[in-house]
Structures are given as C-alpha cells and as structure tokens.
Design a protein around this ligand. Structure first.
Ligand code: HEM
Ligand SMILES: *[C@@H]1O[C@H](CO)[C@@H](O)[C@H](O)[C@H]1NC(C)=O
Ligand SMILES: *[C@@H]1O[C@H](CO)[C@@H](O)[C@H](O)[C@H]1NC(C)=O
Length: 324
C-alpha cells in the first residue's frame, strides 16, 4: 500500500518534470505561423528584397543582426531594443557599436507584418526570416527556418560586451570555445564564418592584421592599408569588403581567400593557419555544395539557441521597445 503510494507519487513527479521540461524547451517549428500569419515569409521577403535592391550590403547587415541576437542570451530580439532609463541595451556594446545596422529595415518589416497579422509575429522571428531572405537574394542556400521565438522584455549591454560574441582578434581556440558555449561545433563555426563572403568591415577591425601580421598576402595587405591609416582613431570607420572577390554574392570565395592568405580579419585567417580546421576550409573550396549544406544546417542550429517560447517573453509591437 505504502509502496504503491510512493510509486504513484514518483510517477506524478516524473510527469511533472517531463511537462516542465517540455514547456521550458518548447520546440520551434517551421509552420508556427502557417495559420496565424501565412504570408509572413512573403511580407518579410518583399521588404528584404527592396532593401537589398537599394543597397546590397543590407543583406549582410541583416544576416549579422540574427547572429548577434542569438549569441547574447539566445535568439530573443534583444539586440533590437533601444536603451531605456532602466537598462542600457546591446546596440552600443563593443561588437555592435558603430557596426551593426539594419534597424530601420527591421522597423519597415515589422510595420508591414503588423499590417497583415497584428500582434502575432515576434521580432526575433523577423530576424531569423530576414537572415534567410537576405542569403537567398544574394545567391546563397535555402534552409527551413524554425519559428515560434518570443521577444525579450529587456537587453543586456554587459552580456553583449562579455566576449560571448568573439572579437576579430580571436585565436582559433577562442572561436571554437565561443561557439561551443552556445552548442555549436567547430564545423558549424567554420561554415557560419562563410557569412563573411558578404559585407564589410571597418578599419578598426582589421588594422592590426594588415599592419602587423605575417600570415597575410603582401599585396592584399598593402591594398587594405591604403584605406586604413595606421594611427588608431584616424579612419577607424573606413570600410573594406570581407570577401575581396565578390562581396555582394553569397558563394564560397571566402574560403578561397583564406587559402591564399587574404582573410581580412585575424579571426578569418585563423580558420586556415595550420590548425585543425584547415581541411574543412579546403573542402569548402573544392566542394561548394558541402559549404551550402553545412551553412544551412548551422543556421538552423544557431537559430535554436535558447529561444523564449510558450508564455515567456512577449510579441513586441515595436521591435525597438518592450510593450508597456
Ligand atoms: C566566427 C566568429 C566571427 C567573428 C570574430 C566575426 C567578426 C566580424 C567583424 C569584426 C565584422 C566587421 C564589423 C565591423 O568592422 O563593423 C563582421 C562582419 C560581418 N559578420 Fe561576422 N564574425 C564572426 C562570425 C559571423 C557569423 C556566425 C555570422 C553570421 C551567421 C557573421 C556575419 C557577418 C556579416 C554578414 C558581416 C558584414 C556585416 C555588414 O556588412 O553589415 N559573422 N564580423
Ligand atoms: C559608441 O560609439 C560612439 C560614437 O563613436 C561613442 O561616442 C560612444 O562612446 C560609444 N559607446 C560605447 C559604449 O563605447
Ligand atoms: C603593431 O605592433 C606593435 C608592437 O606590438 C604595436 O606597438 C603597434 O601598435 C601595432 N600596430 C598596429 C597598427 O596595430
């Protein structure tokens, strides 16, 4: 009798634990909005298309927003929040200040989406869909975006500044560790770094590399120095393409650059510098399809980093401010 009571309480406890873990790790799913906002991909895609038609770089900027969102307390739209009197947000943290961009395009997307399905689609999901649409419009691979993320009510300057987003001065082991800390493998890290086949970096991000490093093509270094003055503070925001060959086209040429020591960032060149990831970089140069496949899979994994789901967080009305 006593033992069956114990057994029943154990069974109840086990059920409760299962339920609890079920809620706290509620799954994202590709068809989350298929009833509540069936046009969400069409609407986000059309705004992304227009924005990239106006300025190719915007595709890169939107892709990067999703990355910087996901690596800081999960994919919760926190990067989009403006500072308030109660918190300093992520926009001015070191990896983001004078660097991340695309917030006006996100505002345009949000307005259009609210127009067709008000109060339904989170800003975190808008970033995930925008990343896909951006890569597609620039010629990259497709993946099945999982949805159902909810938005945070606050953002963290200190978390964004803490090194969870690795700096461009990172060594290979730091890059591997930072990705591993959010559940991504070294292979995911190498594939996701292929994002640097599009977009631009500021002089301040590559100055030390082009003046001081030796694992760099001499002609390439010289040409990058020409628009990046040596003294810190002068020309810090001058831009150079991360991919010397085709910066507005999502292809595998980033990896070809690495093999010829034309990685712009120190962190880029670390992926092909005599270490454990050399062979994967070489594979991606020879087999672009394997890059596209691994990139697509890794984007899904990155989009799965600690989302708010179920009744956690909220669906923001304006991506820049928490609902009151
Ligand atoms: C592996 C570690 C990574 C490091 C150290 C790194 C670092 C950087 C840096 C320093 C810049 C230039 C910022 C500036 O100077 O303003 C940049 C740009 C960029 N990053 Fe990364 N990144 C990494 C991984 C990623 C990942 C995983 C993605 C996307 C999935 C990504 C997407 C981009 C894009 C698209 C740009 C260009 C943005 C634009 O032109 O607006 N990066 N990254
Ligand atoms: C961000 O950049 C601006 C403009 O360069 C600068 O004035 C400000 O101090 C920076 N903020 C932080 C937190 O570094
Ligand atoms: C190059 O390295 C030297 C010696 O470490 C340092 O003093 C200098 O500031 C560096 N130059 C640049 C442009 O980073």
């Amino acid at each position: 009798m006593a033992s069956s009571v114990i057994m029943i309480s154990f069974a109840l406890l086990a059920c409760t634990l299962l339920l609890m873990s079920g809620t706290s790790s509620a799954q994202l799913t590709p068809n989350f909005y298929s009833k509540s906002c069936p046009k969400v991909f069409e609407v986000v895609g059309s705004v992304v298309h227009d924005a990239v038609a106006k300025e190719k770089r915007m595709g890169a900027s939107l892709l990067r927003l999703h990355f910087h969102d996901c690596f800081v307390n999960g994919c919760d739209g926190s990067i989009l929040l403006d500072d308030t009197s109660s918190f300093t947000g992520e926009k001015t943290a070191r990896p983001n200040n004078n660097s991340v961009r695309g917030f006006n395009v996100v505002d345009d997307i949000k307005k259009k989406v609210e127009g067709v399905c008000p109060g339904v689609v989170s800003c975190a999901d808008i970033l995930a869909i925008s990343a896909l649409e951006s890569v597609l419009v620039l010629g990259g691979p497709k993946w099945t975006v999982k949805l159902g993320r909810r938005d945070s009510k606050s953002a963290s300057f200190s978390a964004a500044n803490s090194g969870v987003i690795p700096p461009p001065t990172s060594t290979l082991s730091n890059l591997i560790n930072r990705f591993q800390a959010v559940g991504l493998s070294a292979k995911d890290m190498v594939a996701l770094s292929g994002s640097h086949t599009i977009g631009q970096a500021r002089c301040t991000s590559f100055r030390n590399r082009v003046y001081n490093e030796t694992n760099i093509d001499a002609t390439f270094a010289k040409s990058r120095r020409s628009n990046c003055p040596r003294p810190t503070g002068s020309g810090d925001n001058n831009l150079a393409p991360l991919d010397v060959k085709s910066p507005t086209y999502f292809d595998n040429s980033y990896y070809n650059n690495l093999i010829s020591q034309k990685g712009l960032l120190r962190s880029d060149q670390q992926l092909h510098n005599g270490g454990s990831t050399d062979s994967l970089v070489e594979q991606y140069t020879k087999n672009p399809r394997s890059f596209f496949e691994d990139f697509a899979a890794a984007m899904v994994k990155m989009g799965d980093i600690r989302p708010l789901t179920g009744s956690k967080g909220e669906i923001r009305k304006n991506c820049r401010v928490a609902n009151s």
